[in-house]
Write a protein that binds this ligand. Structure first.
Ligand code: ZN
Ligand code: ZN
Length: 267
């Protein structure tokens, strides 16, 4: 049976057993909690903010065919009711998009009160995620310590180094910046002596946030797990002068990792 027909059939069965309250297709509602207050004369729905439960009530949609008295069979009337009911729900669900905002972080649909339109560089976030973000930004990032790079094919003194690692799902960025850099403000750490420290950030959207978690960057298909880029200038974007790659899987604990350059990296 065609899925839509099957749905109508199921609704019809519900209708025949009394008044249907929740329907299968209600799962497609934008908000998690929706109530149906439709009756034989009209359709009406309530949508609740995913964060504070504030209610938005849809307009009332009349049951057009309900006014027609020559529909003889109750079964036919129920079938038409089910179709009109579905259309009314779809319309209400569409209008609900204007009354709720989608948080790009937690995917919740929240009311205007629960939405911080200025959050996360003006892309907007729900207030809960926005608060979390603000607290996270204050955290000190983890550190990637690179040691033992004096000598042949080692890092070049007085150049600048930045880097990244990715396991396909998470990308870490290593930079000298003390607060989260954007794509265009990645600063390299100046190479002096025999060890250098880079701060660890996690790339998120167009920006980054301090990384303090645990993750292992694997070597996959013989590809590097981590790369360091050497630049002539402090702002490290564009084409690097040299690229060094880490030859094994590398584990970050609480955002921290150490590399013995001479034994673990290659140009
Ligand atoms: Zn709310
Ligand atoms: Zn959120």
């Amino acid at each position: 049976m065609h899925p839509q027909k099957q749905l109508a059939y199921m609704i019809l069965q519900d209708v025949n057993q009394g008044f249907p309250y929740y329907f299968l297709y209600m799962k497609t509602s934008i908000t998690k909690h929706t109530e149906d207050h439709s009756g034989w004369r009209s359709f009406k729905f309530e949508f609740f903010c995913d964060s504070c439960n504030k209610k938005w009530i849809s307009p009332v949609f009349p049951f057009e065919a309900g006014k027609v008295s020559h529909i003889e069979y109750e079964e036919t009337r129920s079938m038409i009711w089910a179709w009109e009911h579905q259309r009314a729900f779809e319309q209400a669900n569409l209008e609900a998009h204007y009354h709720f905002n989608r948080c790009p972080e937690c995917y919740k649909w929240v009311c205007d009160n629960c939405f911080d339109a200025e959050g996360e560089s003006h892309y907007g976030l729900c207030r809960k995620c926005s608060e979390k973000k603000k607290n996270l930004i204050k955290l000190a990032p983890g550190k990637l310590i690179i040691t033992n790079f004096i000598g042949e094919s080692g890092l070049t003194q007085n150049k600048y180094i930045a880097g990244h690692a990715s396991d396909g799902a998470t990308t870490l960025l290593f930079a000298a910046n003390t607060s989260a850099p954007t794509e265009t403000t990645v600063k390299g750490a100046k190479v002096i002596g025999n060890s250098v420290v880079l701060n660890v950030f996690k790339v998120k959207g167009y920006g980054a946030e301090p990384f303090t978690g645990n993750i292992t960057m694997p070597v996959s298909n013989g590809k590097m797990s981590l790369a360091l880029y050497e630049f002539a200038s402090e702002i490290s974007i564009g084409i690097p002068e040299d690229v060094y790659t880490y030859t094994a899987a590398i584990t970050f604990k609480n955002g921290n990792a150490t590399i013995n350059f001479a034994s673990e990296m290659e140009i």
